[in-house]
Write a protein that binds this ligand. Structure first.
Ligand code: ADP
Ligand code: MG
Length: 261
């Protein structure tokens, strides 16, 4: 589904991404972890056309992405969320999802649309657990609900590959659990790449984890493999010692989500 090869991104001489190879298969729920500044968001920015790489290639479903514009990449079937949810606060939850659903429609389909809730919007709201909130203004949603709305808006665009940048940052434990279940559910018929800091969350839901550090892939594998890796322990524990309010020992304690730092 996604084949990243020899990717590099240089900002003013600084190598944010330094030769990354990464393969994600169709139907995977893949987690991408690593300390602040590792290059996780930059990687997603490249895959979605927001940032142009200095070198390398990104092939999505057999097509080269590098050089295409953002909207072209959306049309190919790649969708993303940002670290801070972007929703229209004055519109209702349902209107937000409806609007997102129309982004990929061509004009004739848009003109044919009837009033009322479409099946697609209803099913997306249901899937994201937002049916009860359909008529609420997005501006009054809690932090967790906003994140779910953003995921719902993404689902309404029917991407084949979803890239989620720290969807559970700042969420309560209960909200994290719900989000994990939602992502696992979404991965049943789509491919999902999730950037995450919270190791506990990753442990529960990840099948394969890729660890980035200083723009490179440090290691990749299942959670047991990653946690046993001495380099991963060093990166996480080292940073939590010198720059973070460290959670107690164990690799389970990663750096804080940057949004909450
Ligand atoms: P992560 O998401 O893993 O925390 P980022 O991908 O946001 O890391 O950033 C990787 C590195 O690249 C950081 O050192 C960051 O400061 C730098 N960086 C990101 N975007 C830019 C930019 N537009 N210009 C210059 N430096 C950037
Ligand atoms: Mg980031």
């Amino acid at each position: 589904m996604l084949a990243i090869r020899g990717l590099s991104v240089v900002f003013d001489g600084f190598r944010a991404i330094d030769g990354i190879d990464l393969t994600v298969r169709e139907g995977e729920l893949r987690f991408l972890i690593g300390p602040n500044g590792a290059g996780k968001t930059t990687l997603v920015d490249v895959v979605t056309g927001l940032t142009r790489p200095t070198g390398g290639s990104v092939v999505f479903a057999g097509r080269e992405i590098v050089g295409r514009r953002e909207h072209q990449i959306v049309r190919l079937g790649i969708g993303r969320t940002f670290q801070t949810a972007v929703v229209f606060e004055e519109l209702t939850v349902e209107e937000n999802v409806d609007l997102a659903a129309s982004f990929r429609m061509r004009l004739p389909a848009l003109l044919r649309r009837r009033k009322g809730r479409s099946d697609k919007v209803a099913s997306v709201l249901d899937r994201a657990g937002l049916l009860d909130l359909a008529g609420q203004r997005a501006g009054v949603l809690s932090h967790g609900q906003r994140q779910w709305l953003e995921i719902a808006m993404l689902l309404a665009q029917e991407p084949r590959l979803l890239l989620l940048d720290e969807p559970v940052a700042g969420m309560s434990r209960a909200e994290r659990e719900r989000t994990g279940e939602l992502l696992a559910d979404v991965a049943r018929d789509r491919t999902v790449l999730v950037i995450e800091h919270d190791m506990e969350f990753v442990r529960t839901y990840a099948s394969t984890v890729t660890v980035l550090h200083e723009g490179r892939v440090l290691t990749e594998g299942d959670m047991a493999h990653v946690q046993a890796d001495p380099q991963v322990r060093e990166v996480y524990l080292g940073r939590s010692r010198d720059t973070r309010a460290a959670e107690p020992a164990a690799v389970g304690a990663g750096p804080n989500p940057e949004g909450a730092a």
